[in-house]
Design a protein around this ligand. Structure first.
Ligand code: TYD
Ligand code: MG
Length: 454
């Protein structure tokens, strides 16, 4: 084989260049190209004699495929829901999420349920020792589940081990960034290592009908670290999302060859692991308790990711003529002043003798003007002591004229709110949406009338 020159692989997208460049020509990221050693030998080349012209494969008609793949229930309904109704044997899933969000916990729980139902499960941790995993299982009350554990990082060792026995129904690799394939040089976690390791494991899964779940950590900017290359190698990509300081976690399929991508699974992280939240609406309602005045829910977007955020306002009437305070946490104070001014000038409300406090719950920072309407609704609600009706989200930008203006991704926000159990939305005029009752406002005054029941 002719000796290949060294190559440079983008650690963000996997693009290959023959020389080093500051910017990746494929994905335009800066400083992501890293020199990587050459392929020592690909398993494909080892397995097949390319000189002989290959072997003839059987060509079948579309109509020959009659049986739908039978799915294995993970025993965790919210997980099944997110993946489209259960785990497909021989399928490969990537579970991506921030470090510490609960990926290992979720998969340990899924593994234990599948194993308890009689499916063989192998859980490979490249991050924790077997005893650590066992201790966690014990703490989760899963100590008795017949999951087989290993703490290994060598893909060859994993495949050798699995090849000697009955192939498991489910194989969990936690995480793919810790795996190492000796067919390729380079440290674990580099794009070429992640890709090579995944390729080997995927081939095993497809050959043996084993469902494979790969854990992938994501980087700060939200992409799956390095292996965006993995996304097209797997059948499904599941994102596990949430704020670490918050209890709630959302499992969302962003790609799924065997099901839709619009179902989500909702969990709460508790001291005994992840519990399922079958009715997400209840999640928000219990969190919010009885409807109180001064709160409104805004469907925010983080990148393309919708997150529902609660906005809280408190107005306190001052008896004396002292200058009232205005304080905003998680929201621009200049924009708060603007909304107050529009409410006074265009809608006849007076905040002049009231202190105003605005807070975005959970430590979120909002900079999206689409939240104007929700902020206004919280302020009006607090001032009038009339709660915003329950299960309502609100979004729309407010102009100085008092006009309510359309915002980006209205349909996406509505879809997310409906999915999370909200039944009503207060939106700018002209927006359409299915599955949720809309109240449309062309002007802020109409919103005030609605809230005050005028
Ligand atoms: P983990 O599953 O290790 O996250 P990941 O694999 O995504 O990195 O979970 C990390 C956090 O979850 C950990 O910081 C503590 C919390 N946790 C609980 O609150 N309750 C529990 O029962 C468990 C196991 C973890
Ligand atoms: Mg982990």
């Amino acid at each position: 084989m002719a000796k290949l020159k060294s190559r440079y692989v983008c650690q963000a997208c996997g693009g290959v260049s023959s020389r080093w460049q500051g910017q990746c020509p494929d994905c335009a990221e800066w400083n992501t190209l890293a020199q990587e050693a050459n392929v020592i030998g690909t398993p494909f080349a080892q397995k097949h004699d390319l000189q002989s012209g290959g072997r003839a494969v059987e060509l079948v008609g579309l109509d020959a495929v009659v049986a739908l793949p039978r799915r294995i229930s993970s025993g965790v309904a919210e997980f099944d829901r997110a993946v489209g109704g259960g785990i497909v044997p021989g399928s490969v899933m990537l579970l991506a999420g921030d470090p510490g969000i609960g990926k290992s916990t979720l998969l340990l729980q899924v593994s234990a349920r599948v194993a308890a139902a009689g499916g063989g499960v192998v859980y490979v941790s490249g991050e924790e020792a077997v005893d650590q995993v066992r201790l966690r299982a014990l703490r989760l009350g899963l100590g008795g589940a017949p999951v087989r554990l290993a703490s290994v990082t060598s893909v060859r060792d994993i495949l050798t081990t699995l090849g000697s026995g009955e192939p498991p129904a489910l194989l969990v690799i936690d995480s793919i960034q810790t795996m190492h394939s000796d067919l390729i040089e380079g440290a674990p976690g580099t794009v070429s290592q992640v890709r090579a390791s995944a390729q080997e494991l995927v081939r095993f899964a497809k050959d043996h009908g084993t469902a494979l779940i790969l854990v992938g950590h994501v980087t700060k900017d939200g992409s799956i670290a390095g292996p965006r290359v993995l996304e097209h190698m797997v059948d499904a990509v599941l994102n596990f999302e949430g704020e670490r300081s918050h209890q709630y976690r959302i499992l969302r399929a962003v790609k799924n060859r065997f099901g839709g991508t619009d179902e989500i699974g909702v969990f709460a992280m508790e001291s005994e692991g992840l519990s399922e939240v079958p009715n997400p609406s209840a999640l928000f309602l219990t969190q919010r308790g009885e409807p109180v005045s001064g709160t409104a829910v805004f469907p925010a977007l983080e990148g393309t990711r919708p997150v529902l955020v609660e906005i809280q306002a408190l107005t306190v009437r001052l008896a004396s003529g002292a200058t009232p305070r205005r304080s905003a946490v998680g929201w621009d104070s200049g924009r708060l002043a603007m909304i107050l001014a529009v409410l006074e000038a265009r809608c006849g409300l007076s905040f002049a003798s009231a202190e105003v406090y605005l807070n975005v719950a959970g430590g979120y920072r909002l900079s999206d003007p689409a939240a104007d309407i929700a902020v206004a609704a919280a302020l009006i609600s607090s001032l009038s002591e009339r709660p915003v009706p329950p299960e309502t989200v609100a979004f729309g930008e407010i102009a100085l004229s008092g006009e309510v203006r359309p915002v980006a991704h209205g349909a996406l926000r509505l879809k997310e709110a409906a999915k999370l159990g909200f039944s009503r939305a207060w939106v700018p005029a002209g927006l359409d949406g299915k599955g949720i009752e809309l109240a449309r406002f062309g002007n802020l005054r109409q919103l005030v009338d609605q809230l005050l029941g005028r």
